[in-house]
Write a protein that binds this ligand. Structure first.
Ligand code: NAD
Length: 277
């Protein structure tokens, strides 16, 4: 085994990546990381300006990217996104299902009990995280099945293993994403091609817009009791930084993991390993 072979294991040069939620904090960083590894990136987001901003950053840094609006909850919008990518890049090799999030109205608090959580808020969170993973997997998965190759990376969460307090919709939806990752990995390998892999990341705690209201005080920026509890239960003693996700993503999307499918990788500073004592 020589070093050229080992380096080629992590090669993503020229691969075309479609990244939903790419205008956001975590998938924006994954997009920048994958572009630096030589991949061409289609940054897809319901926030068109955010998608274009990330694509412009990548292009300005010497990478190749385009950004445009896609709503992961609208199959026609996703299909139009695929067509747009084919027109510009000719193919697509990788789908990252990164659009997701939680909202305050689906979160229990002293002012909002579990019994009063509005159904529409619960539904909104469930749809965005689960249906928003399902629809792009159908549209892009069909294209990959025709080509007999491809890779899908879902973004689950730490709370898919054990639910976190206060966020029942988000916990249930991410548990569904992890379960679906395994289901789709098996189905697509058996029914279409063993060269199409489906895996997921389970990030621990990263301070971003979706959880800032839970982890830090709006007025002072100090940790909330919940934020402190998380740090106390994270053996590495800090929140994750978006860049912490890049290496695992390159591994899961490159030939280095060619015999890996149906796994959900915790990237959590040891949170899931720690029993609390
Ligand atoms: P973020 O809010 O910065 O990014 C999410 C992006 O999704 C936003 O740019 C938003 O515009 C986009 N989006 C929302 N609805 C959409 C739709 N219908 N169609 C297309 N795009 C849509 O959040 P983030 O923290 O970067 O989260 C990225 C992913 O990581 C999410 O799936 C999130 O649930 C997951 N995650 C985050 C954490 C964390 O600690 N931040 C932990 C575990 C998992």
């Amino acid at each position: 085994m020589d070093s050229d072979y080992v380096n080629s294991l992590f090669d993503l040069q020229g691969k075309v990546v479609a990244a939903t939620g790419g205008g956001g904090v975590l998938v924006g960083e994954l997009s920048r990381g994958l572009a630096a590894a030589g991949a061409k990136i289609a940054v897809l987001d319901i926030d068109e300006n955010a998608a274009k901003r990330v694509a412009e950053e990548i292009n300005a840094a010497g990478g190749i990217a385009m950004g445009f609006k896609v709503d992961v909850l609208n199959k026609e919008s996703v299909a139009a996104g695929l067509q747009n990518i084919l027109d510009r890049f000719g193919t697509v090799d990788i789908l990252i299902n990164g659009a997701g999030g939680n909202k305050k109205q689906a979160t229990t608090s002293p002012d909002l009990s579990f019994f009063d959580l509005p159904q529409d808020a619960f539904q909104w969170v469930f749809d965005l995280n689960f249906i928003g993973t399902l629809l792009p997997s159908q549209v892009f998965g069909k294209f990959m099945a025709q080509r007999q190759q491809g890779s899908i990376l879902n973004i689950s969460s730490m709370n898919s293993y054990r639910p976190l307090t206060r966020i029942p919709a988000y916990s249930a939806a991410k548990a569904a994403v992890s379960n679906f990752t395994q289901w789709l990995a098996v189905h697509i390998a058996q029914e279409y091609s063993p060269n199409i892999r489906v895996n997921a990341l389970a990030p621990g705690f990263y301070l971003t817009e979706q959880n800032r209201f839970l982890l830090t005080e709006a007025s002072s920026g100090e940790l909330t009791p919940r934020g402190q509890t998380i740090i106390d239960h994270t053996p590495m003693g800090r929140f994750g930084d978006a860049s912490d996700l890049v290496g695992t993503t390159i591994w899961l999307l490159s030939p280095a993991s060619s015999f890996v499918t149906g796994i959900v990788v915790p990237i959590d500073g040891g949170f899931s390993a720690f029993g609390g004592v």
